[in-house]
Every structure is written in structure tokens, then in C-alpha cells.
Design a protein around this ligand. Structure first.
Ligand SMILES: *Cc1c(COP(=O)(O)O)cnc(C)c1O
Length: 384
């Protein structure tokens, strides 16, 4: 049976993997080396210099390709390094249409790094494709989608966006960090590139910073590989090993993240001190129908606003939490809480931020895989 026929939970463990050729090690060794012996100039065993390729990184890249249903994986030193490589496909004058409700670091690299190289970014609400259509012109080269969005948990219909660009040269890239391939497969829905901050759910243990791209198309993979090697923002062997190990339990972790996420979302909604809860699993979430079709479950990311909440109220709640750790990031086994307005989204101007709902009192939770009773009790005492 080919690896392509394997089901998802089998792929997370075996996809693209073989026992190591040298001694049969079941987990790929951490090839902590920069270079490789050659028998005569140009004669080597497939590796010559670790920026270009490293066997531990190759094992991770193959695993990434397998779980996302792609043909080629590329691992980078961070999620932002992966995004950087995608934007380097473009030239001055090219235009990008991006989600307006976007990871703060993605917004920052677009606006503060690439705009000065003459690339033009448009930020639009992507709940309907009309807003995207309006911005498309001959210079449009890339559409950047993040779904569920961060931190507002809006859902963008990937297939509808893919249909819009199907017979064009426009590349559709999807940041799949929040959903992971356990919940949604953008390449199957028509995207050209899947991007990950593997720092989050794929790694899953808050112990490394890694980025990834996965594509189906060979020519696109070659162009991205050229950039990866030429710009050099690669993922090291130790970090490759850690993410590989994380991926092997992705499906069991995600299952629990989703179960706990549902329980926490329902608890928050039932709490009269809470004004608003953002989670795509609610049947009255504005994009619930799309979420149901495009995702296998609804994940463990939740945002909420306390009733009559101010900036100070939100700060007080996150300070009081004890099981939830107040920290940047998400997707690890431990529950984290964040305050977007002062943390992840501080680099987005207040006006821009509030347009998409990131008000001062908004709190974002990454619900971990602890006993959910403890998580709910912790929220209860912090909100009281
Ligand atoms: C964290 C994150 C990134 C950036 O990834 P790093 O690994 O921190 O560089 C991009 N997109 C989303 C949705 C993220 O959560």
C-alpha cells in the first residue's frame, strides 16, 4: 500500500518515513553536521551541505508533505521565515490580497519589510469572496488566507477562494497553523501553498520555533526550494527532530484540544459575566456552515470578551489565571492565555485592530490537553 493511501492517523506516524539507512534507527538521527564527505568532487550520498539539505530535515519535510496531502515539504527556521520565502516569489509592483484579521507577525512582515520593496498588500475581510474580487487586477499574484483567523476565529471558505483564482496565475496560500491538517487540508480544497508555524500544534510542546511550506506542484516547489537555499532560513536538525516527534501525536493531541475547546467554549458562553465568545463550533457562529464543511472539528482556539470589559479588566483576568499560563504562542499541550491588544497584535495600529474586532478587552485562549474541569475552574476563579 502506497503512503498516499494511508489514512491520516497512520500518516502522522509513518508518512514519508523509513528506518534510517545506516543502522535502522526507527527515529531519524539528529544529523548535527554542516557538511558531508565526498569520495571525489561532486560524488556524495545525496547530501553536500546542510543549508541545501540535511537528512533529519528531509525526514521532517517528507512528513509535512504527507500529512498535508502534498508532494513537497520545506522546513524553515520559523513560520515567518516560511512566509518570507513565499513573498520572495514576487517582484516589485506585484500585489497581494490578504485576510484583514491576520497573525500580527504576518501583517508586520508584509507592511514593514516587503512594502518597501515595492510589493503592494491589500487587507480585506474574506467572509465573502466579493471583497477579494474587487481587489484583483493584472498585478495580483498572491492571495494570502488565514483560517480560522487570529484571534477572531472567522472562517474563510478556502474552496470559494480557490475557485476564484482557478484559471489564473494567482497563487493561493493558506496559513494552516490554527487548524492543522487534522482539521483541514487546504491543498485538497484547491490551495497552492500551505504554510505552518510548526512552532504551534505540529511541534505541539512549546519547545521549538519552526516553519513549513507544503505544495503539490513541482515547479512551485523548485522555486521555493531555490529561495530556501539561496536565502538560507532553514530549520536545524535538532528542531526538525522535535517537530517530527510532535507530528507523531498530532491526531491524539488535536482530538483532545477539540474536546476541551468545546467544553471551555460552552462554559464561557454560559457565564453571565462574559459578553462574547468566538469559536467556530457554535451553530450561530456566522461562518459555522463553512466550518462544518471544510473542517473535521472546531479546534481549541477560543477568544472572548468579558461583559463591560476594559483593557484593565482583561489584564486582571489573564493575570489571575493559574493553570492557563499567560504567554504568547499557542498549540502546545499546556493551556495558554493571551491578550492580543498588548501582545500578539500590539504591532497592528489600534484603529486597524478594532475594525476586525480585536478590542482592548479581548482575551485569547489556546486550550491545552489537561483535565478540562481544572481549566474551567481556573477560568471561573479568574473571571469572578
Ligand atoms: C505563530 C504564527 C505565525 C508565525 O510563526 P513563527 O513560528 O512564530 O515565526 C504565523 N501564523 C500564525 C497563524 C501563527 O500563529
Amino acid at each position: 500500500m502506497g503512503a498516499k493511501d494511508l489514512k491520516f492517523n497512520t500518516k502522522t506516524i509513518h508518512g514519508g518515513q523509513q528506518p534510517d539507512a545506516a543502522y535502522g534507527a526507527v527515529m531519524p538521527p539528529i544529523y548535527q553536521t554542516s557538511t558531508y564527505a565526498q569520495s571525489t568532487p561532486g560524488e556524495h550520498k545525496g547530501y553536500e551541505y546542510s543549508r541545501s539539505a540535511n537528512p533529519t530535515r528531509t525526514a521532517l519535510e517528507n512528513a509535512l508533505a504527507s500529512i498535508e496531502g502534498g508532494n513537497y515539504g520545506l522546513a524553515f527556521g520559523s513560520g515567518l521565515a516560511a512566509i518570507d520565502a513565499v513573498i520572495k516569489l514576487l517582484s516589485p509592483g506585484d500585489e497581494v490580497i490578504s485576510t484583514n484579521d491576520l497573525y500580527g507577525g504576518s501583517y508586520r512582515i508584509f507592511k514593514k519589510i516587503f512594502e518597501k520593496f515595492g510589493i503592494i498588500f491589500h487587507f480585506v475581510g474574506m467572509q465573502g469572496v466579493d471583497a477579494i474580487k474587487e481587489k484583483i487586477n493584472v498585478n495580483t499574484k498572491l492571495i494570502w488566507v488565514e483560517t480560522p483567523t487570529n484571534p477572531m476565529m472567522n472562517i474563510i471558505d478556502i474552496r470559494a477562494v480557490a475557485d476564484l483564482v482557478e484559471h489564473t496565475e494567482i497563487i493561493l496560500a493558506v496559513d494552516n497553523t490554527f487548524a492543522t491538517p487534522y482539521l483541514q487540508l487546504p491543498l485538497h480544497l484547491g490551495a497552492d501553498i500551505v504554510m505552518h508555524s510548526a512552532t504551534k500544534y505540529l511541534g505541539g510542546h512549546s519547545d521549538t520555533v519552526v516553519g513549513a511550506l507544503v505544495v503539490k506542484d513541482k515547479e512551485l516547489a523548485e522555486r521555493l526550494y531555490f529561495i530556501q537555499n539561496a536565502s538560507g532560513a532553514i530549520c536545524g536538525p535538532m528542531d526538525s527532530f522535535l517537530v517530527l516527534r510532535g507530528i507523531k501525536t498530532l491526531h491524539v493531541r488535536m482530538q483532545r484540544h477539540c474536546e476541551n475547546g468545546r467544553a471551555v467554549a460552552e462554559y464561557l458562553r454560559s457565564n453571565p459575566k462574559i459578553e462574547k465568545v468566538y469559536w467556530p463550533g457554535f451553530v450561530d457562529h456566522p461562518n459555522h456552515e463553512i466550518a462544518k464543511v471544510q473542517m473535521n472539528d472546531f479546534g481549541g482556539m477560543i477568544s472572548f470578551v468579558p461583559k463591560g470589559g476594559s483593557y484593565e479588566d482583561a489584564i486582571k483576568i489573564v493575570e489571575r489565571l493559574q493553570v492557563f499560563t499567560l504567554a504568547e504562542s499557542l498549540g502546545g499541550v499546556e493551556s495558554l492565555a493571551g491578550h492580543p491588544a498588548s501582545m500578539t497584535h500590539a504591532s497592528i495600529p489600534k484603529e486597524e485592530r478594532e475594525k476586525s474586532g480585536v478590542v482592548d478587552a479581548l482575551i485569547r485562549l489556546s486550550v491545552g490537553i489537561e483535565d478540562v474541569e481544572d481549566l474551567i475552574a481556573d477560568l471561573e476563579q479568574a473571571i469572578d
